[in-house]
Design a protein around this ligand. Structure first.
Ligand code: SF4
Length: 318
């Protein structure tokens, strides 16, 4: 049984103009100890899917359908007080997007992490601070820096501190939302190495949310490609990069610059993702797809397993 199974998840943002279908019928699973990537352009619903798992949506966000099964329990049916005590942060945690600014500037970094530990576990402040020092060591920060304020940390150190915060209560699943964005390339590499090492040491499962396919290639076992609130393709990383089947995935991969092949112009995907308040009928990718037919404009393609472990939603493939 996978550690996490997301089944037909639908999360909408309720606006005056109508519901924005940010996640619209998404299904995937995460095995114990694997890194599962969720990739796609900005606004495709990746972060909303992650926030739905932690039930941390903004006020106007609603999970309107589907199931999220974690370790055999549909966590959407768990009462908020129980979810807060037993699941959020304790078993499932998150490295938030924009972690660079997520630490409170007026509190010491160590104090902020200790508070998260004390909130979920019955431990004294001394014990919590001891654990924070051990966590700092684990993520590569000198433990004596626990009394520093966020402005005394570099960008890479703040990101490491955010990873320490996510690991504070020994979770089984960590959702890392764009954990390397806004860091320079050298620090990005260090953070990816750290995530890889922690995953192995702690036997963690990770959902890595990113628009950066090279990060996916470096770290993930399997990847789901999202477009306009839907999962359009999902497979192991090797299959996705060697033999992408969905035209959107092919477009994303063609847009990655190669440093070894001949110099060519980068090919971007023409157009922009649709407005999810009024998504196009049929296949949501049809206005940008070079292979679109009348059927694509009319009928939504089913999301089916075309090869063992390889799912695609495209009329051309099915
Ligand atoms: Fe393109 Fe049609 Fe496939 Fe959609 S269903 S990706 S429009 S070929």
């Amino acid at each position: 049984m996978p550690l996490l199974e997301v089944k037909n998840l639908r999360t909408y943002y309720i606006t005056r103009a109508g519901p924005v279908r940010a996640v619209d019928g998404v299904s995937f699973f995460v095995e114990k100890g694997e890194v599962f990537g969720l990739a796609g352009e900005s606004g495709c619903g990746k972060t909303t899917a992650g926030l739905s798992i932690l039930r941390l949506l903004p006020r106007y966000g609603r999970i309107v359908g589907g199931e999220i099964i974690f370790d055999g329990v549909n966590i959407l049916e768990v009462r908020e007080s129980v979810f807060r005590r037993k699941y959020r942060w304790k078993r499932i945690s998150m490295v938030f997007q924009g972690a660079m600014n997520a630490l409170n500037p007026v509190f010491r970094v160590g104090e902020q992490i200790a508070e998260a530990i004390m909130l979920h576990e019955n431990v004294s402040k001394e014990e919590a601070m001891k654990r924070v020092k051990a966590l700092f060591e684990k993520v590569g920060i000198e433990p004596s820096r626990v009394d520093n304020y966020p402005h005394e940390f570099s960008g890479g150190m703040r990101q490491r501190a955010m990873i320490a915060l996510a690991l504070a209560c020994n979770p089984e699943l960590v959702i890392a939302d764009e954990p390397t964005t806004a860091l320079d390339v050298v620090i990005q590499g260090q953070i990816l190495d750290l995530l890889r090492k922690l995953r192995e040491e702690l036997d963690l499962s990770v959902i890595l949310i990113t628009h950066d396919l090279s990060t996916i290639a470096e770290l993930c076992n399997r990847v789901g490609i999202m477009y306009a609130g839907k999962l359009v393709e999902c497979a192991d990383v090797r299959s996705i990069f060697k033999d992408p089947l969905h035209p959107y995935t092919q477009g994303l991969i063609n847009a990655i610059p190669s440093i070894t092949g001949p110099k060519t112009r980068l090919r971007s995907i023409p157009g922009a993702p649709p407005d999810l308040l009024n998504p196009p009928r049929g296949c949501r990718f049809h206005p940008r797809c070079p292979y679109a037919t009348e059927k694509c404009r009319r009928e939504e393609p089913a999301y089916i397993e075309v090869r063992r472990g390889h799912w695609v939603a495209c009329h051309m493939v099915a």
